[in-house]
Design a protein around this ligand. Structure first.
Ligand code: ADP
Ligand code: MG
Length: 856
């Protein structure tokens, strides 16, 4: 199952994609056909522009296969490294026999030293190894090498046995581990990954889902298979738990009051014992499975503490411990369930049924039964059920659910509409373009859920910390219980009690969830505002950004320039435009499209051109009647040595008016100049203002355009610095320059010709994600809308998330430290220890939930 690098969907490493997939810059005539396809796919960012570009394409027979490779190549036309897509292969393996994280590093080192292997990544916690190589991998040779190191290895085949389940009843990160460990003992389970923050389990198994559900319930949790797109979680479990917690709380209270009113001790003890059994049943059951799978989770520690207390005759204390534990978990569960549901809630925005046109009739059908190219009718006021293209009708559509845009967008024939958006008025006839599982909103949900499962750097650190902390404190607890009484220093009771407290303190629960809960919540909030953040890492990066660079064309401006002047120096206007059309017809640049459109409108035909060449950042060239003609900027003509002196003054004047000029000519003479000008987006100014307001220190514009135009646009947009006349590689240098000045730089582009700069920046942000799959895959953060409206919100949100994560980490560490210190003067009691653990965890969750409320 060697995957080509280009189709890899791993977004964390844009640099890798760039180097793997870059295509050559020179577009020869021979490659005309595939290049045209590239034009179509890259144009998809601007949905409106799509069809006029595609209509140029004569043959699109193998459109699908072409697109996937050309999408990514079009992104990177300016990268000098050329490795064809077939040169990279990526395979995944399962590794057996790793019993420490150090083993992973050993394997990585040893395999990377093999020739033709580029990159090896071994994940200790999942037992998975990913190998990227320049050639088709030979499994035998890898197997041999691994055997020598003492590990077994097996290729992972893509199969349909990977299923997703929702898990209910998980209270802490360690529960996820318990489920994983338990299921891993089953021979029919090949791989399992449980994510606490999202409440989901991804598992590969050959036995029936019923058996998996049964096994999970043995460990004390409820699993339900996720089918298709819809999955509602039942609240029953929480209610059951509520009953148990309330009942045992009442029993403890009665027992406590009873002990002061002269009820016999055996009766109060019985009450405490019953309370313990009721609220302790689940933790003890989970503890049993945790021990069997050799993990020391909070259930084990708490159960040991409670049983120990009862053993010491401290029944009230034991019951309180268990009860507080159950209560804390219950409250935590309710709080966290909110975030877990928030993303799934997005799916509920799409109606389950659609009105489908069948012949003359209009029939209501479940969306699952609607296929591509079916025609559906969307009535005014209804939500749009599926992605499609409008073939009849006009309306304004509120697509806030997908793009976060506050203002409805006017749409008419030829425009794309997305499932989940609202048709405000006017009936629309829509040709369906995506199946229900492939809609943009479904893809958003999928990407966000995947992003939520990735660990941020701070999380990885905490996991490491917890992995050491818990066993160390556990060992310490054992020593405290045994050593002092053995050397006859104090009584057994006294020291066992102290040891039990240490057991409770050994639970790192609050710390372990401090980061993931904040990240999951923030990513969910962003998604609701039409912003895809590809993982906690990028959220953390975004939180520390203090300079933002924008590409000019198509990002700050509409990217739809208009022709303003045609100045003829030599020759007729008709001939000038005809040459311009010929040259520009093969370019995908917004300027090129404008010129072609203009010539077309004037009814001017193209000539016979050959040897088309695209000079990134400069212009285009082609041969017409055995002469080489060029269209581009001054830089290009200076390079080919055309004498310009006589026209320089005119050209300068036009540039100073803020226009982009396209000079047409040969190496001997300039025939004329076409001027275009691009308007800045309505939302640009306000967005930049807001960015400055929230404290982004440098707002920079990067452009390949001339200084005159750059200055005019910079002033209008309100950026405080601009770099002009940049070639694509200069944009990379500009980013590096900002980094050298000490800034953490984010780059915002349309993801089409600025991929190298996006990859160089500390954070790459692409715009217009709703219209194209390419943008969605190349950047770290994707703004679904085709404007910058949600960028300030994203920066605000990530800064707040970073703050909350820091608060949470410090808070949980300090609470633990205080609890530890209180042991020595003897001020800590068992129930305070429990409260400090479950209470702190609850506070950490509630603190993270503040991120739900961050508004734009
Ligand atoms: P940006 O996206 O920042 O405007 P580009 O690198 O896309 O920068 O383009 C830089 C400049 O190169 C344009 O302003 C224009 O002068 C010239 N240029 C690029 N492509 C073409 C083209 N197809 N036709 C004419 N001029 C072009
Ligand atoms: Mg550009």
């Amino acid at each position: 199952m060697a995957k080509s690098c280009c189709s890899t969907t791993e977004p964390q490493n844009p640099v890798k994609q760039t180097s793997c997939c870059s295509s050559t810059q020179v577009l020869q005539h021979e490659t005309e056909q595939s290049e045209k396809t590239e034009c179509c796919s890259s144009d998809a960012t601007k949905s409106e522009a799509e069809d006029d570009c595609c209509s140029l394409t004569p043959v699109m027979a193998n459109e699908n296969t072409e697109k996937s490779s050309c999408c990514s190549s079009s992104v990177t036309t300016s990268n000098p490294v050329t490795i064809s897509t077939d040169d990279c292969s990526r395979e995944e393996f399962r590794v057996y026999g790793m019993d420490c994280p150090a083993c992973a590093a050993t394997i990585e080192k040893s395999l990377t030293s093999k020739e033709n292997i580029n990159e090896v990544h071994v994940n200790y916690s999942t037992g998975k190894m990913t190998v990227t190589s320049t050639e088709e991998l030979e499994f035998e040779s890898i197997q041999k090498q691994m055997k020598r190191l003492g590990f077994e290895v097996e290729p992972i085949k893509t199969n349909n046995n990977v299923k997703n389940y929702i898990i209910e009843g998980m209270d802490c990160g360690s529960c996820a581990l318990t489920i994983e460990n338990h299921l891993n003992t089953l021979p029919s389970v090949q791989h399992v990954q449980v994510n606490f923050s999202t409440g989901k389990m991804k598992i590969e198994h050959d036995n029936s889902p019923e058996e998996i559900v049964k096994e999970v319930s043995k460990a004390g949790f409820k699993a339900s298979l996720i089918t298709a797109n819809r999955q509602s979680t039942s609240p029953t479990r929480a209610n059951n738990q509520n009953g148990a917690v309330i009942f045992s709380g009442v029993l403890i209270a009665l027992g406590f009051i009873g002990s002061y009113t002269g009820i016999s001790t055996s009766l109060t003890t019985a009450m405490y014992a019953i309370a313990m059994i009721i609220s302790g049943f689940k933790p003890v059951k989970s503890a049993y499975y945790a021990i069997r799978s050799r993990s020391l989770d909070m259930n084990v520690l708490m159960s040991a503490a409670a049983i120990g207390a009862a053993f010491l005759g401290e029944w009230l204390e034991g019951a309180t411990v268990v009860w507080l534990f159950a209560l804390g978990l219950n409250l935590q569960n309710r709080a966290i369930e909110k975030t877990r549901k928030s993303i799934r809630g997005l799916m509920e925005l799409t109606p389950p049924e659609a009105w489908v046109k069948v012949g003359e009739d209009i029939i209501k059908k479940p969306v699952e039964d609607v296929s591509v190219n079916d025609v559906i009718i969307v009535k005014p006021g209804d939500r749009i059920p599926l992605d499609g293209e409008i073939i009849d009708g006009e309306s304004s559509v509120n697509q806030a659910a997908i793009t976060g845009e506050s203002i409805p967008v006017d749409k008419g024939i030829g425009n794309l509409v997305y499932a989940g958006s609202i048709n405000e008025h006017g009936s629309l006839t829509v040709n369906v373009t995506k199946l229900v599982e492939d809609t943009t909103i479904a893809k958003i949900i999928h990407l966000v859920e995947e992003a939520q499962e990735k660990k941020a750097p701070s999380e990885a650190f905490i996991d490491k910390f917890a992995r050491i902390y818990t066993p160390v404190v556990f060992l310490l607890a054992l020593l405290v219980m045994l050593v002092p009484p053995l050397v006859a220093f104090g009584t057994w009771e006294e020291w066992i009690y102290k040891g039990l407290m240490l057991l409770v303190i050994a639970c790192p629960c609050a710390l372990v969830i401090s980061t993931p809960v904040a990240i999951v919540t923030a990513l969910g909030n962003a998604a609701k505002h039409g912003v895809l953040i590809k993982g906690g890492t990028f959220l953390e990066n975004a939180g520390s950004i203090n300079a933002i660079a924008f590409d000019k064309t198509g990002t700050l401006t509409e990217g739809k320039p208009k022709v303003t002047d045609v100045v003829v120096f030599n020759d007729s206007e008709e001939n000038l435009l005809s040459i311009a059309r010929t040259l520009e017809e093969y370019s995908t640049h917004p300027i090129a499209k404008t010129v072609v459109q203009y010539a077309k409108e004037k009814g001017i035909q193209a000539k016979n051109g050959t040897n088309f060449r695209n000079l990134a950042g400069k212009g285009v060239q082609a041969t017409i009647n055995e002469r080489t003609y060029s269209a581009g900027n001054i830089k290009l003509f200076a390079e080919i040595g055309t004498p310009m002196d006589t026209h320089l003054e005119t050209i300068q004047r036009l540039q100073d008016e803020g226009k982009t000029i396209i000079i047409i000519g040969t190496s001997e003479t300039i025939l004329g100049v076409i001027c275009v000008s691009d308007t800045i987006r309505k939302t640009t100014k306000l967005s930049i203002e807001n960015l400055t307001k929230i404290g982004v220190k440098q707002v920079v514009m990067l452009t390949g355009d001339n200084e005159g135009t750059a200055k005019a646009i910079a002033l209008e947009a309100g950026v405080n610095r601009h770099f002009s006349e940049l070639l694509p590689e200069d944009k990379v240098e500009a980013i590096k320059q900002l980094q050298k000045e000490g800034y953490q730089v984010a780059m915002v582009g349309d993801g089409i010709n600025d991929a190298p700069a996006l990859a160089t920046a500390n954070l790459g942000i692409a715009m217009g994600g709703a219209g194209t799959d390419t943008a969605m895959e190349t950047a770290d953060i994707v703004l679904m809308a085709d404007n910058l409206e949600q960028l300030p919100h994203t920066m605000k949100l990530s800064r707040k998330a970073l703050r909350i994560i820091k608060q949470n980490i410090w808070f949980s560490l300090i609470v633990k430290a205080i609890a530890l210190l209180l042991i020595f003067p003897g001020w800590l009691t068992l129930w305070i220890a429990v409260l400090s653990d479950t209470g702190a965890a609850l506070i950490v969750i509630l603190n993270a939930l503040r991120l739900v409320r961050v508004k734009s």
